[in-house]
Design a protein around this ligand. Structure first.
Ligand code: ATP
Length: 241
């Protein structure tokens, strides 16, 4: 519940879902459905008025421990442009309490995962949008979290760079990291997610695989199955606040 100048607003109501090891779960829903609110609560940026976030049996809302969670909100901001990628990562490695003697290896590890190791001595101000997006993912990976939260990881990126980032995300899941992502791009959700949580007006409208959502939308195609986008559009009127 948000409290906006004394006015209470229930942003999420009875939202409950699981993410298994190595699974990619996508939060899908219209603007204002509550996706960023969920990511912010799990990431520890917002304290919910009620509810639990359980990671490996531990309620992290109670313990306030976020050691096992990496969050990437992405965007152009968040790094010091005049410093190199490596210097920026050292700053965040300190924040993540990674011991100094382990930082060099850890920074190289995360930059390698997102294919930025060769650029680690370049200043971030010269980085493209896609490189900055990969920097955000690398930062979220510092300390090797078990759960990665990605808010619109390919927003505003061209198709080639977006595909490159999706491959990084897929590989991370294959390595055993659990991923919760939000995206407005149906093709992305279709390509990446093992499970979809379809949100409408702060409530879960449906949970399941792409096929489950397509089935539920009752959009039929004679020559081919309906796409996720066609199914989503059929369901969209039911998702509004
Ligand atoms: N700080 C706040 N105070 C009051 N209401 C808020 C606040 N932040 C978000 N909301 C409201 O909560 C609802 C959910 O917002 P949220 O940003 O989680 O949606 P979203 O699904 O991420 O949307 P988008 O796709 O546009 O990013 C919206 O109706 C929004 O107006």
């Amino acid at each position: 519940m948000y409290n906006d100048n004394g006015k209470e607003f229930i942003a999420l109501d009875d939202v409950s879902f699981d993410i298994k090891e190595g699974e990619i779960v996508a939060l899908l829903g219209p603007n204002g459905a509550g996706k960023t609110t969920i990511v912010s609560i799990i990431g520890g940026y917002l304290l919910p008025t009620s509810g639990q976030v359980i990671i490996n049996g531990e309620d992290v809302i109670k313990t306030r421990s976020r050691d096992n969670i990496g969050v990437s909100f992405g965007g152009d901001l968040g790094f010091y442009g005049r410093a190199t990628a490596k210097q920026n990562m050292s700053f965040f490695a300190d924040l993540a309490k990674i011991p100094h003697r382990k930082q060099k290896a850890e920074i190289e590890r995360v930059l390698d995962i997102v294919n930025l190791k060769d650029d680690m001595n370049k200043k971030v101000q010269f980085f493209s949008k896609g490189m900055k997006q990969r920097m955000h993912i690398a930062r979220a990976l510092l300390g090797n979290p078990q759960l990665l939260l990605l808010d619109e990881p390919t927003d505003g990126l061209d198709v080639e760079i977006a595909t490159n980032i999706r491959n990084v995300v897929k590989n991370l899941a294959q390595s055993g990291i659990s991923i919760l992502l939000t995206s407005h791009m149906m093709s992305e959700v279709e390509a990446l997610s093992d499970q979809i949580v379809l949100l409408g007006a702060g409530k879960i409208h449906a949970k399941g695989t792409v096929e489950d959502i397509v089935e539920m939308s009752k959009v039929k195609r004679i020559d081919r199955p309906a796409t996720l986008e066609e199914s989503y559009l059929a369901l969209a009127p039911q998702l509004r606040r």
